[in-house]
Design a protein around this ligand. Structure first.
Ligand code: ZN
Ligand code: ZN
Length: 222
């Protein structure tokens, strides 16, 4: 499986395009905002003669949604996401104002959607992505895990030396730490982690160095 990373939009979201030798591909978090960013992704798909099989999102924060509808419309595929994030689609303009985005702007709510749940398999080419539900950063956050290549797409749950913020609507620090400890830290140490923002890392490296997850909640906080 080949992983192509694009860093898009003013908030620096990683959009991942996964492909294999069959030329089938999936797009995770289509987040392009500017026309030249859109062109970059589309040209990559067209130049490689890729067939897009799935559009999937790690969660529905607005900055991960900017490029979804152009791809839904162009490829005739639904956006697949966990339904616990559905409520986030109700107030995208308010969220954007909070982050200083000028309005007006297009309606970023996916025009066509389909549910993803814990344990679902997303198949393309010879690849299988396992859906892991990882609430905490948002209630419907998920990660995608490819067991053969041992690669994880962690969304905004786990970053290189960091974790996602938990002060956004229906976020929870305790829930996020639980998700990471129970579901991500049980993966092999060599697992390569591609997060929603910033550089890649490994599960082993985060187990050793991540200051947020390693902190013992029974200590400190006084
Ligand atoms: Zn987020
Ligand atoms: Zn994000």
């Amino acid at each position: 499986m080949k992983v192509k990373t694009f860093e898009f939009n003013p908030l620096g979201v990683n959009t991942y395009l996964l492909s294999d030798e069959t030329k089938e591909c999936v797009v995770i978090d289509a987040a392009f905002f500017y026309a030249d960013e859109q062109e970059l992704l589309l040209n990559y798909i067209l130049d490689h003669d890729f067939v897009v099989r799935h559009l999937i999102n790690t969660h529905l924060h607005f900055d991960h949604l900017f490029g979804v509808n152009p791809l839904v419309n162009r490829f005739g595929l639904p956006l697949r996401y966990h339904p616990d994030d559905q409520f986030l689609l109700e107030d995208i303009p308010a969220q954007m104002r909070m982050f200083g985005f000028p309005s007006p702007h297009p309606d970023y709510r996916p025009v066509k959607g389909e549910e993803l749940q814990e344990g679902d398999l997303v198949r393309f080419g010879n690849q299988i992505l396992h859906v892991l539900h990882l609430p905490g950063h948002s209630p419907g956050s998920v990660a995608f895990y490819e067991a053969e290549a041992n690669i994880l797409f962690s969304g905004d749950a786990l970053f290189h030396s960091g974790i996602g913020r938990t002060d956004l609507p229906r976020g929870s620090y305790e829930t996020l730490i639980g998700s990471i400890r129970n579901k991500l830290y049980s993966l092999p140490d060599e697992t390569i982690v591609y997060p929603g923002h910033g550089p890649s890392t490994t599960i082993g490296q985060e187990k050793r160095n991540n200051p947020f997850v390693n902190m013992n909640p029974s200590e400190g906080n006084d």
